[in-house]
Design a protein around this ligand. Structure first.
Ligand code: DAH
Length: 357
């Protein structure tokens, strides 16, 4: 037994790696290992012999098992040390320009829009993307039978079998954040709500997920004139031009009364868009005076307060401003596209420093 102990303890101490160690384990205490075979011989011994040899063999087996475990731990510690020694990283090295990421046009434009409205006193508000049917539709004066529900190609969430409540939806627009902001802060109110929205639609100008920014201003003497001024300031600042001409076209949205779609004067000469000149008109947003029912849904008294609201497609104005032809490419994560259309990570858009330069 002493020979066995010496033989295996030396071999374990010298084992070069985990597979050599496993071979040793099998040879010693595996099913057909030397020590296991010896234990089997116990049955043929006399009771006196067995009383002496049994405990000794068990002790030897334990000793070898612990030597194996200790060696296994030591080997894996050594492997980790070796990895730590070779896989180091100098975090004080400056970033290499060719490896820097870029800011996606959607993020860039969201920041630009936020900077412009922040300058006019609008705070940023947010709401959930999985929205209650009530916030997304009813509270915005879009009742169950309203065609706008069908038009919006809504994604519905799952409800458990037998649960009769209306299912939640992926919000189809940022307008429900109007309601949430009113519920949260009451009047007066001045917020913009940028974020993701969802509709089941896919072609060159539609993707199932896209981005909008909602605007909402509520106070005691708000009129269409305020809406018009704010939108003019926004369009000038956003397209970085001194003059723009807006055209308010009568329209219909359930949540505003009156409602207007807003076009900007532009030209497409030579295939590139110029804002503020030319004979074409480009639709860029929907807007209007907040419907009294919507104010009421947000617990605001329509006899005391009025407001205007508008909604803009972020992806759409990003395509227009930066000459990006296909919306789908926004969401392909193609590095070549991102390098071409992306923005430097450290150029934060500000009113004073310039939005896009
Ligand atoms: N929610 C509308 C849409 O997704 C956009 C919109 C239109 C928002 C008019 C408004 C508004 O706040 O006043 O098509």
């Amino acid at each position: 037994m002493d020979d066995l102990r010496d033989k295996y303890l030396t071999a374990i101490a010298d084992a070069a790696g985990e597979s050599a160690l496993e071979d040793l384990r099998l040879a010693a205490v595996g099913k057909k290992g030397e020590i296991s075979l010896k234990m089997r011989e116990l049955g043929k011994m006399s009771p006196e012999e067995r009383q002496v040899m049994g405990p000794k063999l068990n002790a030897l087996k334990d000793e070898i098992n612990s030597a194996l475990a200790a060696k296994k731990q030591a080997l894996s510690d050594a492997a980790l040390d070796e990895r730590l020694r070779t896989e180091w990283l100098d975090v004080t090295l400056p970033a290499r320009p060719q490896r820097q990421g870029s800011i996606h046009p959607v993020s860039q434009v969201t920041e630009e829009v936020t900077a412009i409205f922040a300058d006019m006193g609008f705070a940023v508000a947010e709401g959930p993307q999985v929205e209650s049917d009530w916030h997304n539709f009813d509270a915005l004066n879009i009742p169950g039978h309203h065609p706008a529900r069908a038009e919006m190609d809504t994604f519905y969430m799952h409800r458990a079998e037998g649960d009769e409540r209306p299912p939640h939806v992926l919000r189809t627009h940022t307008s429900p954040v109007q309601i949430r902001s009113m519920e949260l802060s009451g009047a007066p109110l001045r917020v913009i709500c940028p974020g993701r929205v969802y509709r089941a639609d896919y072609d060159q100008t539609h993707t199932p997920m896209f981005h909008q920014v909602e605007g909402l201003a509520i106070d005691k003497d708000i009129s269409m004139a305020n809406l018009k001024w704010v939108l003019e300031e926004f369009v000038k600042a956003f397209f970085e031009v001194d003059e723009v001409e807006l055209r308010f076209r009568a329209s219909h949205f359930p949540f505003t009364e009156p409602s207007a779609e807003v076009d900007i004067r532009c030209s497409w000469e030579g295939g590139t868009l110029k804002v503020g000149e030319g004979d074409d008109w480009l639709e860029i947003l929907g807007s209007g005076m907040v419907h009294p029912k919507v104010l009421m849904a947000g617990n605001i008294d329509p006899a005391a307060w009025q407001g205007f609201a508008f909604g803009v497609g972020i992806d759409r104005i990003a395509m227009l401003k930066y000459g990006i032809p296909d919306l789908r490419a926004f969401f392909d994560s193609d590095l070549r596209w991102l390098r071409h259309y992306g923005f430097a990570a450290l150029d934060v858009p500000t009113i004073r420093g310039g939005l896009s330069r």
